[in-house]
Ligand binder design. Structure first.
Ligand code: NAP
Length: 349
């Protein structure tokens, strides 16, 4: 069969599942597909685009002849196996945080800096070799809607509060939300295993490790560091508060952005309407705005509650401060879709 040999590393996970839906939806060109997971899943059958595949255990020898390796098996596995894939000649697109801040690894959101994929693959044949990193899901969901504002008006500072779904912590976390929800409704007490707090009917500080001195958790630090790398702006102010909510799928974020030059509401709306990967969802009359349920299964980031921040500099109906509420499916644009867009760009399709 013509087309690249593609590996999905982490095929049995929440992101793996999304890759398969997107292969079908986008008619992603695949000559041969191999599905890898842990030894626990070896032998498991999965159907992708109507064809049944057998999951294999990921080993150093899994990558012979592979063109594209889509990694979503956790940072430790990326660190252990990605170089084996590169040595076998593959382009690794990594969903974990393992390589994001490495100087020689492009950190790519195609709507923002897709040209890095072109540069990385320039001169290569069918595909290039090496590692390209996918940013953190909250970073992607924040930056895609801010990009058209940055391009037109510049961005000085972002204050962002996230409302992150359980599925951001993987398939087992989604199951934990279901189990704990049922238990809570039945009046039973069930101890959480994935999160340190009960995720059903609850809201709590993001479960990633907390830095004892900065008071920031790792998710918040990623949003700061990755924004600076992607926008190539070491000065940009990012003030995140990352929160987990008892929602199954799709992250939300409340964003207060300070622009470099003031803009009228019509110009802000015009910029957002023209932005790539964005769907406006801002019905003031109907009081209808982005929700995780509306965003689930969608490729675009929903943007609403667009309004000026009157406490910041303004004159003649033009404001530097703007408020937005956004929702995006972090399994899609925050992970699998972003990786597939990178692969498509590398393949020139
Ligand atoms: N969930 C999200 O929204 C999201 C968003 C952005 C990035 N990511 C990143 O994507 C990665 C996967 O996330 P996920 O949500 O899909 O997690 P998940 O549902 O927990 O799936 C993890 C996958 O990794 C595999 N795996 C675990 N240990 C392995 C090993 N020793 N060797 C080979 N495969 C192994 C698992 O296979 P078994 O089933 O055999 O254990 C499973 O396929 C993580 O790095 C995560 O940070 C996730």
């Amino acid at each position: 069969m013509s087309g690249p040999i593609v590996v999905v590393a982490g095929a049995t996970g929440a992101v793996g599942d999304e890759f398969f839906a997107l292969f079908e939806q986008r008619k992603f060109p695949i000559g041969e597909l191999r599905l890898l997971a842990s030894a626990r899943s070896a032998g498991k059958k999965l159907t992708v685009c109507g064809v049944e595949y057998t999951v294999e255990e990921m080993t150093a020898g899994s990558f012979a002849g592979v063109d594209i390796a889509l990694f979503s098996a956790g940072g430790a596995r990326s660190k252990e196996f990605a170089q084996h894939a590169v040595d076998a000649g593959a382009l690794v697109i990594d969903n974990s945080s393992a390589f994001r801040m490495d100087e020689d690894v492009p950190l790519v959101i195609p709507e923002i800096n897709g040209h890095l994929v072109d540069d990385f693959c320039a001169g290569a044949g069918k595909t290039c070799e090496g590692i390209i990193a996918n940013p953190n899901c909250s970073t992607i969901i924040m930056l895609v809607p801010l990009e058209p504002l940055r391009r037109r008006f510049g961005v000085e500072r972002i204050v962002v509060s996230t409302y992150q779904a359980a599925s951001g912590a993987g398939a087992a976390a989604m199951r934990e939300l279901e189990t704990l929800s049922r238990a809570a409704l039945a009046g039973e007490a069930v101890e959480p295993k994935i999160f340190s707090e009960p995720c059903a009917f609850n809201v709590f500080s993001h479960d990633s490790a907390m830095h004892p001195e900065t008071g920031r958790n790792q998710e918040e630090q990623k949003m700061i560091d990755e924004t600076r790398k992607i926008w190539e702006d070491a000065e940009i102010g990012v003030v995140p508060t990352c929160i987990r909510v008892g929602v199954k799928r799709a992250h939300a974020a409340s964003i207060n952005v300070t622009l470099s030059s003031p803009a009228s509401e019509s110009k802000v709306r015009e910029a957002l309407a023209e932005g790539e990967g964005i769907e406006l969802c801002d019905d003031r009359t109907g009081n209808s705005f982005p929700t995780p349920l509306k965003a689930s299964g969608k490729n675009d980031i929903l943007v609403g509650r667009i309004r000026p921040d009157e406490t910041q500099d303004h004159a003649d109906g033009r404001y530097v401060g703007w408020e937005l509420f956004v929702c995006g499916d972090q399994l899609r644009k925050g992970a699998a879709l972003n990786a597939i867009q990178i692969a498509e760009r590398a393949l020139g399709v």
